[in-house]
Ligand binder design. Structure first.
Ligand SMILES: Nc1nc2c(ncn2[C@@H]2O[C@H](COP(=O)(O)OP(=O)(O)OP(=O)(O)O)[C@@H](O)[C@H]2O)c(=O)[nH]1
Ligand SMILES: [Mg+2]
Length: 1117
């Protein structure tokens, strides 16, 4: 198919039924961009010779150099099938784990996805992740099994072996889909049962029928199977690909078999019985060649054998004749046989035809957006769809209709902001002329020339000179003004284009729109704004809502942008003019009833931090601006200024870090910068006292004595001793300096599974905390059944994991989680007689609504100070000021004696003068103390009372005391550091296996398991490596194995470092083993000191204690 004009695309954009919005997803290097090249070439944007080599959608220089995609980019393609025309908005996404946030931004805008799997490597970790992402966003996938040529050329499989191998891959992919599907059915079923039963049923009595729902739910269309038409086998590099429909149609003609029958039997255990001229079942049992091998693979294998392996000219001629394909002489004479192969294949089995036809037939158009998906997009956080305002709920229809009517509300979602050089924007750029324009110019020139000729030979030369001069002058001028402009608009070098999709209405250039921030609440917006208002009216200010105008809209064409006047519903587009209003993503609408879309599911957690500073201190403002731009342009990178004044950049991994640094250096700040070594995060925790010492001898009570000794030491060395008391069991009692309050705290380690559970449930805990907060304020929040279920489940899991005498009733008595109110540490209420409302009150709240007021009364005064102190203590621990993890602080005593007395006094006094007034009832709760006195003399008295007590003082001191008590309690236990760990899966061949092990070992990593991929020489190794040792790990492995193994690292968990950083040899054996200083092997101490040094904390180090010992005696003489 030839090149498509812009007008044609604009025409197609208006018909949503023929639009397909899709992205290409896969594990890294499985061939997404190469496949995209083939599709792009089908539109004549690049030549088919360049397809696969150019990687057109990898437009950044570093993408080309490294050979991996880093940013997702979109292109619009035209495809014609029969007499139907289709517009395909294709987004190529990166496969490297560091850039998985880019995948999230792509998936959100699409209705379908092409999942690419490498035929040799099969299903890899990222394949699972992208399938899950597609699933979570409710978009439909189709499968392309790519690189089949590798089975022929590299692995030298026979067609039969290849068939078995392909079957296995298909099974693997379907197994993932199966798991996802089952879990969703279960979830839905549980939700349904819950709704049916209402929430009154006590939870314990429910009986779940595990198979319920599964039988009736039809899932056959979800699985990948060649006979369903949702699988293409391809080699994008060699330019071929096919679905079995192609062969079914071909052979049905030749063999006179019904194509539908062939379609059902070409893939599977069927064989051709030549005698009976029948297709029979049971190829495997009877040892026959399956149809797929006989009719499909054999042909491809013999083509490869003739062209690539044997280079047999005669055979090639024969094949060409039988296929009816003609190739150019220069292709057949080329020294590289792959050129000939591509030339043949691109005519015989063009991959673009196979893939695009599958996409158009199997992926849904924007008109088929599922109602379920719409509801999911519209219900933010814990809110239920049916609790949204009515006008908001009505918008669901707008989504479903995908209408481009003038009065349809405009709804657009921006999934990321892309930085584009301002001078590359269409209106700033000279467009290359089209053929028609060139011929027009030529015609004009010819006319002018003819006129000149007519005007006379003499004048001609003068005219020409003037022409040239004036032309030159113009150009010079242009350059000069441009230079001026550039210096003026130094700030404006980068323009942000919003990468977006229209879900309803028509987006127009110059249109006024509302921008809805993620926290915007349509209910609030609707109540504050006049009815039927529009974004162009002057409106009162509403939180998280702003108005602005769309400056330009563009068609995204890979590296290029094409300016458009309007874009109707169902299309992907670029919008200029929103950069001051949108940071990373947002929802745009013309109606304030529109809710913000649910946030993107970003899988990668930014973990690698570096501090950045400019090489020349004067360039700080430029750096700050550059980092701000980077923050906007990258969905995952975070920038922040630490308390120390350092500018910190947080990225998802090493490759991502490098890309961000390059971006700052070369694009956003354009200055030399220096980055610190990556700042490695640690966690601090306590463990149970170890039973053996460092040389594996039984410890008995020794360790305990040593630890207590340590704390006592500290106490006697400085801290006020009067107020602090540590007993032998580790209970720390601390009194505030004003002696008004005392707290006793004990730290105990949480079981590991509990820590993991809390770590994974932080979002849920945060939600619950929010719910509790609103309950305390007396409001009630409607949360979805799913969230409620998750909370119940979390509680049940905690109960089952916290068993034993020590933890009796612990879950009920949880006071708070920390740090940041949702972390993996627990504050436990072990006070006798303090019945504060349970953390889980929402669960028992449901049927007892109206009692919240009563519950609020139970909260003791300064409860909040205790929580704040705990939050502070867990945010930075005593070892090296890193956050705590897996620690439970039990409060065993808490007195605010004198204050209680004072408080009662205050209370009484208040009561007396209120009684005297006879107007106000005695306050029921302490909250009610905010009584405004009505009489001036009363006011004075009231003031006296409040200034007399020292509320501010006590609460402040209590926070500090609680924090200190927690820290001391922490120190009274054996302390350990926890290291962040990466997991990585390394694929490698047997000959370099040893080298891979060597590198993993050197980096303090552990091999978890190793297996051999069936039928191949490839080993898959799964290992964990501490993040602290991971920098340069991937490079080292690549170098050591000459590029044959390259690991991908994903953050997995936190692990306790077994060595005690405070350990000193205490027993004779230890002295013998480690020497007196024992500083040789303490990894934890090294990490801890490095962090302390970085933070400017005191580091206790013995620097060359006995210098004379280092001298050689002989020299001394
Ligand atoms: N043998 C063979 N190699 C292929 C094929 N398709 C792609 N490749 C090669 O695989 C490598 C990776 O291809 P890309 O298209 O960049 O892979 P990708 O999936 O876009 O990679 P990321 O975007 O980094 O995740 C390149 O060296 C390609 O030449 C194929 O069909 N056969
Ligand atoms: Mg790519």
């Amino acid at each position: 198919m030839g090149p498509t004009t812009l007008d044609r695309i604009i025409e197609l954009q208006k018909n949503p039924a023929c639009i397909r919005n899709l992205c290409i997803l896969a594990h890294v290097d499985h061939g997404k961009t190469t496949l995209a090249d083939c599709l792009v070439a089908s539109n004549g944007i690049i030549s088919s010779r360049q397809a696969g080599k150019l990687r057109y959608l990898d437009s950044r220089e570093d993408e080309q150099i490294r050979g991996i995609t880093m940013k997702s980019s979109a292109i619009s393609l035209h495809f014609q099938e029969g007499d139907e025309d289709f517009l395909l908005n294709l987004i190529d996404s990166p496969g490297h784990v560091d850039f998985s946030s880019e995948v999230s931004t792509a998936v959100r805008l699409c209705d379908g996805a092409i999942v690419v799997v490498d035929a040799v490597e099969g299903v890899c970790p990222q394949t699972q992740v992208v399938l899950r992402q597609a699933w979570l966003e409710n978009i439909r996938p189709v499968l392309v099994i790519n690189k089949i040529d590798r089975l022929i050329v590299e692995l030298k499989f026979t067609p039969q072996e290849a068939y078995a191998h392909l079957q296995k891959i298909m099974e693997q992919v379907n197994a993932i889909t199966g798991t996802l599907f089952t879990s969703r059915v279960m979830e839905k079923q549980a939700e349904k049962t819950k709704e049916e039963q209402g929430c009154e049923t006590p939870l314990g009595d429910q009986v779940y029928d595990w198979s319920a729902g599964l039988e009736e739910a039809d899932d056959s269309h979800l699985y990948f199977s060649p006979d369903q038409g949702n699988v293409v086998f391809a080699s994008a590099l060699d330019g071929w690909g096919f679905s079995i429909r192609h062969f079914a149609l071909m052979y049905s003609e030749r063999m006179g078999i019904n194509p539908e029958v062939l379609l059902k039997t070409l893939w599977g255990d069927f064989y051709l019985n030549a005698k009976a001229k029948k297709i029979m079942k049971g190829a495997q049992v009877k040892g026959k060649k399956p149809l797929f091998v006989q009719l499909v693979l054999d042909n491809i294998w013999s083509l490869y054998n003739a062209v690539v392996t044997h280079r047999d000219k005669e055979k090639v001629e024969k094949v060409l004749a039988s296929l009816g394909v003609k190739v150019m002489a220069r292709d057949s004479r080329h020294s590289d046989p792959k050129v000939l192969l591509s030339a043949i294949c691109s005519q015989w089995l063009p991959v673009s035809q196979a893939v695009l036809s599958m996409v158009c037939n199997k992926l849904p158009s924007p008109l088929h957006i599922a109602a379920e998906r719409v509801e999911k997009l519209m219900s933010v956080g814990v809110r239920r769809f049916d609790t949204l305002p009515e006008r908001t709920q009505e918008l669901k229809n707008a989504f479903l209709q995908c209408s481009s009517n003038e009065n349809a509300p405009v709804i657009v979602f921006v999934s990321k902001m892309v930085a584009v050089e301002t001078k590359a924007l269409p209106h700033n750029k000279k467009r290359p002329l089209t053929q028609a324009e060139i011929s027009q110019c030529r015609e004009l020139a010819r006319q002018r020339h003819a006129e000149r000729m007519a005007a006379g030979q003499q004048n001609h030369s003068v005219n020409a000179l003037v022409d040239i001069q004036s032309g030159g002058l113009c150009k010079g001028d242009e350059i000069a003004t441009e230079g001026l402009k550039e210096s003026k608009t130094e700030e404006q070098r980068e323009t942000f284009i919003a990468f977006a999709r229209v879900y309803s209405g028509v987006v127009k250039k110059g249109q006024r729109i509302f921008i809805l921030g993620p926290k915007y609440d349509p209910a609030q917006g609707l109540s504050m704004l006049p009815e039927h208002c529009s974004p162009s009216d002057s409106l009162p200010e509403v939180p998280h809502l702003s108005c602005c105008s769309i400056e330009n809209i563009y068609l995204l064409m890979g590296r290029e942008l094409e300016e458009l006047e309007e874009v109707p519903s169902g299309n992907v587009l670029g919008i200029r003019g929103l950069e001051d209003f949108i940071l990373k993503s947002a929802t745009i609408s013309t109606t304030p009833a529109c809710p913000p879309f649910t946030p993107l599911n970003i899988e990668a957690s930014p973990i690698v931090r570096v501090a950045i500073e400019p090489k020349h201190p004067g360039e700080m403002p430029k750096l700050v601006r550059g980092m701000r731009l980077l923050n906007q342009a990258d969905p995952c990178a975070e920038v922040l200024i630490q308390e120390t004044g350092e500018h910190v950049l947080i990225t998802a991994g090493e490759v991502h870090l490098q890309r961000c640094l390059d971006d700052i250096k070369d694009r956003f700040a354009k200055i030399e910068i220096s980055a610190s070594k990556p700042i490695i995060p640690f966690r601090e925790t306590v463990v149970r006292p170890p039973k053996v010492d460092m040389v594996n001898e039984d410890l008995g009570k020794q360790q305990k004595v040593a630890v207590i000794h340590q704390v006592k030491d500290e106490v006697s060395h400085g801290h006020a001793t009067e107020t602090l008391h540590v007993d032998s069991s580790g209970l720390v009692t601390l009194t505030t300096p004003n002696k008004l309050a005392t707290v006793s705290v004990r730290a105990i380690p949480l079981p590991q599974e509990v820590t993991c559970l809390l770590e994974n449930s932080s979002a849920l805990i945060r939600t619950l905390e929010q719910v509790n907060m609103t309950l305390r304020e007396g409001r009630n929040l409607d949360i979805s059944v799913r969230t409620l279920e998750a909370i119940t489940n979390l509680k049940a899991q905690l109960e089952s994991k916290l068993q034993g005498r020590k933890w009796r009733n612990a879950v009920e008595h949880i006071w708070a989680f920390g740090p940041r109110r949702c972390g993996p540490n627990i504050l436990l209420n072990k006070l006798e007689g303090y019945q504060r409302p349970s953390f889980w009150q929402y669960l028992c709240q449901e049927d007892k609504s109206g009692k919240d007021g009563a519950q609020a009364k139970n909260i003791r005064e300064f409860d909040n100070s205790i929580v704040s102190g705990f939050q502070l203590a867990t945010l930075s621990g005593p070892m090296c000021e890193e956050p705590l993890m897996g620690v439970c602080f039990c409060i065993e005593r808490w007195d605010v004696q004198s204050l209680n007395w004072k408080h009662e006094n205050t209370f009484e006094e208040m009561a007396t003068f209120q009684e005297a007034l006879g107007t106000i009832k005695a306050p029921e709760s302490t909250d009610a103390l905010e009584v405004t006195p009505t009489h001036p003399s009363q006011a004075k008295r009231y003031q006296d009372i409040t200034s007399e007590d020292c509320y501010g003082h006590v609460s402040g001191q209590l926070i500090a005391a609680m924090k200190e008590a927690c820290r001391h309690a922490f120190q009274a236990q054996p302390q350990r550091l926890m290291a962040a760990m990466y997991t990585c899966e390394i694929m490698t061949t047997a000959d370099v296996l040893g080298k891979v092990y060597g590198v993993v070992g050197k980096r303090e990593g552990r091999i978890l398991h190793e297996e051999m991929k069936e039928g191949t020489e490839i080993f898959i190794i799964k290992a964990v490596v501490p993040v602290a040792e991971s920098f340069g790990f991937a490079d080292e492995i690549r170098k050591k194995t000459s590029g044959r193994a390259s690991p991908q690292m994903v953050f997995s968990h936190w692990e306790v470092i077994s060595s005690d950083p405070y350990w000193v040899p205490t027993t004779e054996e230890e002295y013998l083993h480690f020497g007196e200083k024992a500083d040789s092997s303490n990894q934890a101490l090294k990490y801890m000191n490095a962090v302390r040094r970085r933070k400017g904390l005191y580091v206790e180090e013995k620097i060359v204690e006995h210098a004379e010992k280092q001298r050689t005696l002989s020299k001394n003489k």
